[in-house]
Design a protein around this ligand. Structure first.
Ligand code: NAD
Length: 426
C-alpha cells in the first residue's frame, strides 16, 4: 500500500481552531437570532470519544496511539465525517471539524450531520502492516458508536480507500454482516462508488465554475494556484488542466513548484509519487508555501490543512477567488482582510462539500445494493453543488453578508429547524 508522504507539523493551534468554529457558530446564531436552547445544543459536540489504541509494531514493541471521534449533531441524520491520521491530531481539532461537517452537510442538503475522527500518529514512519493494525484497533474501539445508521467514517488527511476497507472489514467481522454502509470512500471492489475519489475536487471545481461565471471567466481564461497536492489538491489541478486551464503552482508540505506557462500536472504527480516530494521537479521553479499563497492568479485553492491564510499573509493574496478545498484554511482575521480586498471566498463548507455529497451517493448505493454509472454520479453532484452555490449566494445577498456568513446562515438555520421540529426526548 502507498501512503501519503510529506506531511509536516501544522501551523495553526487546534484549540484555536475549535474556538474559531464556536465563534463562527455564535456569530451566525446572532445573525439568525437563534434562541438560547438552540445555541446551547448546537454550540457543543454531542459526544467526543478519546481512546488509546495499543498495537504491536513490526519490531515487537507495543506502542499506544491516541485516537478520537467527535460527533457534533445528529438532528438531520447519522453522523458523517472523515478520519485523519496525523501527528498533531487533537481532540479540539476533531471537534471543530465535526462541527464544520454538520454545517457542510446542511449546505448541500444531504441527510447527515457532523462527525470527525483521527489518530495522532505519523503514518510516514509506519509500515502498511502497522497502519492496518492501528486502523483495526481504532475501529474496534469505536464499534459502540459507529455503524451504517449511526456514524459513517470516510477518508481524510493521510487516510485512503485501503484504510476504509480495513475499517469496513473489521466492523463487518464484528457484526457478522456485509455492512456496506459503515464507511464511504471504500474501494470500488468493496462497494465504493465510482466518482468518489475526485468528488471533493470536482465539487470544488463546479463551485469555481459558478464563481468564475460571475466575472465572465472560465478555467481556460483563469489561472489556478493550489496549496497541497494530495487527494483534494491533485484532482482539482487535474480537472482544471482538463478544462484547458493553466495551473501555475502546486505545493506539498515540503514546498512547491511554479511555472508561469502552466505546470504539467501529470508529470508533477508522477514526480511526487516517485520522490515523495516536488523538490527537483524539472518542469517548474521551486517556491515556498508562503510564496505560493501570494502568487498573481485568478483562483487560489488551499487544499492542505487549516490555518494556511492568516492575518500575516492575507493582505498579500492576489487571487480574485479563494476556493477552500481544505477545511478551515482561512482564519477569521484573514477572512475579514480578504473581504475588504474584495476577494470572493468560496467557503469550505460549500467548496469542499462534493466529497460528502458523493459519500451520500455511495451510502445510498450500499444500502440499496444498486450501483450507479459514473456519469450519473457526476451529473447529480453538479446539480447539488450548483443548487448549493445559488442558495448560498441568495442567502448572502438577502442578508448583505459574505458567502461564508451566508453559507453558515443557511446551514445553521436548516439544522436549527430540524432541532426545533424533532423536539427533545425524554
Ligand atoms: P491528503 O493527505 O491526500 O493531502 C494533503 C496534502 O497537503 C499533501 O500533499 C501534503 O503534502 C500537503 N500538506 C500538508 N501540510 C502542508 C503544508 N503545511 N503546506 C502545504 N502543503 C501541505 O489530504 P486530502 O484528503 O487532500 O485533504 C486535504 C484537505 O482537504 C484537508 O483539509 C481535508 O480535511 C480537506 N477535505 C478532504 C476531503 C477528501 O475527500 N479527501 C473532503 C473534504 C475536505
Amino acid at each position: 500500500m502507498t501512503m501519503q508522504k510529506g506531511t509536516e507539523p501544522k501551523e495553526a493551534g487546534t484549540a484555536v481552531f475549535w474556538d474559531r468554529a464556536q465563534a463562527q457558530f455564535r456569530a451566525t446564531a446572532d445573525l439568525l437570532d437563534l434562541d438560547e436552547s438552540c445555541r446551547h445544543v448546537l454550540g457543543k459536540c454531542r459526544r467526543v470519544v478519546e481512546i488509546a489504541c495499543p498495537i504491536r509494531m513490526d519490531d515487537g514493541v507495543i506502542r499506544s496511539f491516541r485516537g478520537y471521534r467527535a460527533q457534533h449533531s445528529s438532528h438531520r441524520g447519522p453522523f458523517k465525517g472523515g478520519i485523519r491520521y496525523h501527528p498533531e491530531v487533537t481532540k479540539e481539532e476533531v471537534m471543530a471539524l465535526a462541527m464544520l461537517m454538520t454545517w457542510k452537510c446542511a449546505v448541500v442538503n444531504v441527510p447527515f450531520c457532523g462527525g470527525k475522527g483521527g489518530v495522532a500518529c505519523n503514518p510516514q514512519q509506519m509500515t502498511a502492516h502497522e497502519i492496518e493494525r492501528l486502523t483495526r484497533r481504532y475501529t474496534k474501539e469505536l464499534m459502540p458508536i459507529i455503524g451504517p445508521e449511526t456514524d459513517i467514517p470516510a477518508p481524510d488527511v493521510n487516510t485512503n480507500a485501503q484504510i476504509m476497507a480495513w475499517i469496513q472489514d473489521t466492523y463487518a467481522m464484528e457484526v457478522r454482516s456485509s455492512s456496506l454502509g459503515v464507511v464511504t470512500g471504500k474501494p470500488i471492489s468493496l462497494g465504493g462508488s465510482v466518482g468518489r475519489h475526485d468528488a471533493t475536487s470536482r465539487g470544488c471545481f463546479f463551485t469555481c465554475l459558478k464563481a468564475l461565471g460571475m466575472s465572465n471567466l472560465t478555467p481556460a481564461t483563469a489561472r489556478l494556484v493550489t496549496q497541497g497536492f494530495g487527494n483534494a489538491g491533485y484532482h482539482m489541478c487535474k480537472l482544471w488542466s482538463q478544462a484547458g486551464g493553466k495551473v501555475l503552482a502546486v505545493s506539498t508540505s515540503r514546498g512547491g513548484i511554479y511555472n508561469e506557462q502552466g505546470l504539467d500536472i501529470e508529470a508533477a504527480k508522477k514526480h511526487y509519487s516517485d520522490q515523495r516530494s516536488l523538490l527537483d521537479f524539472k518542469g517548474g521553479d521551486q517556491i515556498t508555501n508562503a510564496e505560493l499563497l501570494t502568487l498573481d492568479c485568478e483562483v487560489l485553492c488551499p487544499a492542505a490543512l487549516e490555518g494556511a491564510i492568516t492575518e500575516a499573509n492575507a493582505a498579500d493574496v492576489r487571487a480574485r477567488i479563494v476556493a477552500e478545498a481544505a477545511n478551515g484554511p482561512t482564519t477569521a482575521e484573514a477572512d475579514l482582510i480578504l473581504q475588504d480586498k474584495g476577494v470572493l471566498v468560496i467557503p469550505d463548507i460549500l467548496a469542499n462539500a462534493g466529497g460528502v455529497s458523493v459519500s451520500y451517493f455511495e451510502w445510498v448505493q450500499g444500502l440499496t445494493n444498486f450501483f450507479w454509472k459514473e456519469a450519473d454520479v457526476h451529473s447529480r453532484l453538479q446539480e447539488i453543488m450548483e443548487a448549493a452555490f445559488d442558495a448560498v449566494q441568495e442567502e448572502s445577498k438577502k442578508r448583505g453578508v459574505s458567502m461564508r456568513e451566508g453559507a453558515m446562515a443557511l446551514a445553521v438555520s436548516r439544522v436549527a429547524n430540524a432541532f426545533a421540529t424533532r423536539g427533545l426526548w425524554p
